[in-house]
Design a protein around this ligand. Structure first.
Ligand SMILES: [Zn+2]
Ligand SMILES: [Zn+2]
Length: 224
């Protein structure tokens, strides 16, 4: 919590956005009923799949093995993300991390939690990187190691929005760091929201090229 938020939390503590009774922006009971978890599916083509595994057809296009999604991008999920990204409410990362924790299966001990860094210009405006906050909280809940393994080059900005454009932009905007730690690692990437998955795919390709053994991802929300 930054200073401004600490002051606000004393004057007007965050109440649950659904029941308006409990504290914590989205309380545990309301999180379980207020978010709509999509069925297990391939994130890319939405075909049903066991454990949200990437389907055989889509495996040709990505090195990602599983992409778990905690909620459809609507209603409560949308509101939480809006607060986190545009209202500087960093405490929204807590129920978001709880929702991701809730849908994740057991993964091998030592699974490395990483995040896909947000464009530097946006981090400057917000005062924090929301994906980093969420990743740190998920790692803490699971007792998994957390590391920064990707960094942004300069102040690259998103231009196109198609899958290919996005993939190329991200691929050229990210750099692997701490290559020794990437080698042979089982990696879980965390992100706040994904649409086509192009950002995750580009980040996964970089980590794979740097020697990662397996790469899965967990995101909070995906549009229906
Ligand atoms: Zn509530
Ligand atoms: Zn698929």
């Amino acid at each position: 919590m930054n200073l401004v938020e600490t002051v606000i939390s004393i004057i007007a503590p965050h109440k649950c956005i659904i029941c308006r009774i409990n504290g914590g922006l989205l309380c545990d009971p309301c999180r379980l009923t207020g978010l709509s978890e999509p069925p297990a599916r391939c994130y890319r083509c939405h075909a049903a799949s066991v454990q949200s595994q990437v389907c055989q057809k889509c495996r040709k296009h990505t090195v990602l093995r599983h992409v778990w999604v905690a909620s459809d991008y609507q209603d409560t999920a949308k509101e939480l993300l809006h607060r986190l990204k545009f209202e500087r409410t960093s405490s929204a990362a807590e129920p978001i991390a709880a929702a991701i924790d809730n849908i994740l299966p057991d993964l091998p001990p030592g699974t490395l939690v990483v995040y896909v860094p947000t464009a530097n210009s946006r981090v400057r405006i917000r005062g924090y990187d929301q994906a980093k906050l969420i990743a740190q909280k998920v790692a803490k809940r699971r007792n998994w190691p957390y590391q920064t393994l990707l960094m942004r080059k300069g102040s690259s900005r998103q231009v196109g929005s198609g899958r290919q454009d996005r993939f190329k932009q991200i691929e050229s905007a990210l750099l692997p760091v701490k290559q020794g730690n990437i080698k042979s690692a089982n990696i879980l990437m965390i992100d706040d929201v994904t649409t086509t998955g192009a950002t995750l795919e580009a980040a996964a390709k970089i980590l794979k090229s740097a020697g990662a053994q397996t790469i899965d991802a967990a995101v909070f929300a995906q549009p229906v």
